[in-house]
Structure formats: structure tokens, C-alpha cells
Design a protein around this ligand. Structure first.
Ligand code: FAD
Ligand code: PHB
Length: 391
């Protein structure tokens, strides 16, 4: 089989890229390791930046998002038992965020892809990329035991942090920047209405906690835990008791509890692989970079990458010019590092660190106090949270 762009991975990056390329008249083949059901049911991100929402709507895949997405104009920072609202819309000239589960976004894009009739392979085994430095890099894989080979002009690595595309680049051609954090997030999905209309980022001496949501009947909650902790150590009662302690306010705020339908522990990491291109392989999303989830940025950054990549490929096929392709890594990385900085900053401000001393704790509280009392500081948080403008 021959195509213009071979896409490895059918997560947000891969499916948005396939969609944007189709709109630009560029052929692609998508190859995904997992089943369609698995990719859509995986519980992942929930917060879309204004620009991610706009892109879905402007490119014709936003109908369900407009109907079911929940628009938020602000968020809450909670510390010292007090609540402080950051008015995102007021601070950003009317921008907002949208709560819409990542699985639903992937479903919308996958439905659009399937409607075009263009090839997409799920449950592919032994996926490998070959001849990357030739004019026809190739993806080989098996489906139902049958071998497939796709010869491409370009390959887009959209296969997440544990995928194979980044590791198919010679180690000497990549520089890795990395930080791991001495904590993880225990995340749950509970069948109970959200306890607040907005997200709550909570700093507490027992550790960070986050209140989020998926639908008017489903609450998503996280709490900071030890990175080596086992989910088996966290029966439901212990989770609710810990969440109640951390979210407690001086005026007796109450958290809605209900059946926990999903729980898991996620490690926290900051990671960047540079450059985001090797010959005819272009990387996007989590396979090139990971941010700790405190800024709600991973999915949004993946979408920003493929937006740039699609424009660069469109220019190449329209005019034969390599200019945007040659700038792809450099341009993407400018945004990647700003988002890394913001995610690191939110993480550092809100979590307890094992070796911090009383000076560090006072400094953290002073930072939260500053962010919630200075318009300039709040504006800096807000413009990053709703999403920086595109280059
Ligand atoms: P992925 O979603 O990882 O998709 C990669 C795809 O490639 C997968 O479907 C995978 O099965 C496939 N694949 C892997 N290996 C192969 C292979 N060998 N061959 C073929 N296919 C392969 N981000 C936000 O923006 N907002 C949030 O609120 C937010 N919250 C989060 C909460 C949690 C608990 C977690 C874990 C993440 C959160 N994120 C958030 C991050 C976000 O989920 C990721 O950044 C996003 O999924 C990245 O998309 P991607 O397409 O790059 O990678
Ligand atoms: C989520 O709803 O899953 C979520 C929200 C905000 C974050 C991270 C995750 O910062």
C-alpha cells in the first residue's frame, strides 16, 4: 500500500492529524495498536483549551462537543481552608475552557475518519517503522496475522509516550530533557454529581487534590499519593476520607460521594525529546513530550503539534516548499517549552514535596496568595490555562 502520510497511533494527535490532512486533500493511513473500543474508553484528559475547542468546531467535528461539552469561565484555587476564584474569562478577554472527555473527542474524530472511508487499522501487532532516511519510509504491521506494508512520503509518530516511533530514531540524533516528580496522582471516577460547578485545585498539608468532572452526573477526582503506592492500598473509604480532609473549608463545604467506577495511579513526569523530527519521521504529542497533568495541557499540546504539522505538510504538497516542514520542530518546541514551564509551575505551587522545609511551605502559600490577589499574576495563570495563542 502507498500513501502520503502514514500515521502511527489513533489517539488525539493521530486522529486530529488524519482529519486535518483529509481536509487539505492529503491521503493518510492510520495504524493503531489497540482496539477502537480501548482507545475511546480509556479515562484520560477532560479539559480543552479554547483553541482546541475552536479547532474542533471550525473543522466540522464539534457538534457533539458543542452540545455536551461544559463551558467553564473560571476555576478555584483552594488553600488554607479558603476558596479563591480565578475568573478565566474576565482575565483573558472572554476566553474559556470546555470540559469534554478525551475519549469523546477521539470518538468524534474517529467517526469522521470512518465516514471518509480512508484506511484506519486497529489492533495492529508488531508495528515497526523502517527506511526512515529514504524517500519512502515504511510502516509494517500485522492485523489478524496478515502482514501489511505502507510506503509513505512521511511518517507521523503519534503513538504516545510508550510508542515505537521515538525509539526508532537513533539515540545519537535525540536529546532528552526529563524530570520525574516524587509523587503520583490517584484518580477516580465517581457516579455522583460534581460538588462544584468549576474545577478546584487544592493545596493542603496532606497533599494536593483536584476536583474535576466529566458530565453533570460523573465526578473526576484526584489526590496526590506516593509514586510507589499500590491502588490496592486505597479502598474506597480511605479515598473519600482523604479527599474530604483535603477539600475541607472553614465554612464546612461538602464533597458529594458516590460509587467509584474507575480508579488508577498515574506517575508524574516532565519530558521533552528534541528535535521533533528525524528525516521523514515527524513526532507529535506524548511521544515527543509529557507534562505533569496539573496544568491540563497534554492533550491540548498534542493538538497544537498536529495543527502545525498539518499546515507544514499542506504547504509541502501545495507548493513543494520544505520551509514549514524544516521549521516544524523549532516552532512546536517554542510552545512545548512554555507549556512545560507552566505545568511545572502549577505542579510546584500545589504539591507537597518530600524534602521541603518550612521555608518552602511558606513560599508556596505566598505564591498562592499572590496569584489570587494580584490581577497581573492571576492573568498570567489564566492566559496559560485557557491556552496560549498559536504562532
Ligand atoms: P496518546 O493519547 O497516548 O495516543 C497514542 C496512541 O498510540 C494510543 O492510542 C496508543 O494505543 C497508540 N500506540 C502506542 N504504541 C503504538 C504502536 N506501537 N503502534 C501503533 N499505535 C500505538 N491533557 C489535557 O490536555 N488535559 C487534561 O485535563 C489532562 N488530564 C490528564 C489526566 C491523566 C490522568 C492523564 C494520564 C493524562 C491527562 N492529560 C491531559 C494528558 C493527555 O491525556 C495526553 O497528553 C494525550 O492523550 C496525548 O495524546 P497523544 O495522541 O499524543 O497520545
Ligand atoms: C481531568 O478532568 O481529568 C483533569 C482536569 C484538570 C487537570 C488534570 C486533569 O489539571
Amino acid at each position: 500500500m502507498r500513501t502520503q502520510v502514514g500515521i502511527v497511533g489513533a489517539g488525539p494527535a493521530g486522529m486530529m492529524l488524519a482529519h486535518l490532512l483529509h481536509r487539505a486533500g492529503i491521503d493518510s493511513v492510520v495504524v493503531e495498536l489497540r482496539s477502537r473500543h480501548y482507545v475511546q474508553e480509556r479515562v484520560r484528559a477532560g479539559v480543552l483549551e479554547q483553541g482546541t475547542r475552536d479547532l474542533m468546531v471550525e473543522t466540522g467535528v464539534g457538534a457533539r462537543l458543542q452540545r455536551d461539552g461544559i463551558t467553564h469561565h473560571g476555576l478555584e484555587l483552594r488553600f488554607g481552608g479558603q476558596v479563591h476564584r480565578i475568573d478565566l474569562s474576565d482575565l483573558t478577554g472572554g476566553k474559556s475552557i470546555t470540559i469534554y472527555p478525551q475519549g469523546e473527542l477521539v470518538k468524534d474524530l474517529t467517526d469522521a475518519r470512518i465516514a471518509t472511508g480512508a484506511p484506519i487499522y486497529f489492533a495492529a501487532e508488531d508495528v515497526g517503522t523502517h527506511e526512515l532516511d529514504s524517500d519512502a519510509p515504511t510502516i509494517r504491521f500485522l492485523v489478524d496475522g496478515q502482514e501489511h506494508q505502507v510506503r509513505c512520503d512521511f511518517i507521523a509518530g503519534c503513538d504516545g509516550f510508550h510508542g515505537i516511533t521515538r525509539s526508532s530514531i537513533p539515540a545519537s540524533a535525540l536529546t532528552i530533557f526529563e524530570r520525574t516528580y516524587p509523587f503520583a496522582w490517584l484518580g477516580i471516577l465517581a457516579e455522583t454529581p460534581p460538588s462544584s460547578e468549576e474545577l478546584i485545585y487544592c493545596h493542603h498539608e496532606r497533599g494536593f487534590a483536584l476536583h474535576s468532572m466529566r458530565t453533570p452526573k460523573l465526578t473526576r477526582l484526584y489526590l496526590q499519593c506516593d509514586p510507589d503506592d499500590d491502588i490496592g492500598n486505597w479502598p474506597d473509604d480511605r479515598i473519600w476520607s482523604e479527599l474530604n480532609s483535603r477539600f475541607a473549608t472553614d465554612d464546612g463545604w461538602k464533597l458529594n460521594c458516590g460509587p467509584i467506577v474507575q480508579k488508577g495511579i498515574t506517575p508524574m513526569r516532565s519530558f521533552v525529546a528534541e528535535p521533533m523530527r528525524f528525516e521523514r519521521l515527524l513526532l507529535a504529542g506524548d511521544c515527543a513530550h509529557i507534562v505533569p497533568p496539573t496544568g491540563a495541557k497534554g492533550l491540548n499540546l498534542a493538538i497544537a503539534d498536529v495543527r502545525l504539522m498539518a499546515s507544514a505538510l499542506a504547504e509541502f504538497y501545495k507548493s513543494g516548499s520544505h520551509d514549514l516542514l524544516d521549521l516544524y520542530s523549532q516552532t512546536s518546541l517554542r510552545r512545548v517549552w512554555k507549556v512545560q514551564r507552566f505545568s511545572w509551575w502549577m505542579t510546584s505551587m500545589l504539591h507537597r514535596f518530600p524534602h521541603e522545609n518550612s521555608f518552602d511551605q511558606r513560599r508556596q502559600i505566598a505564591e498562592l496568595d499572590y496569584v489570587t490577589s494580584s490581577r497581573a499574576a492571576a492573568q498570567s495563570l489564566a492566559e496559560n490555562y485557557v491556552g496560549l495563542p498559536f504562532d
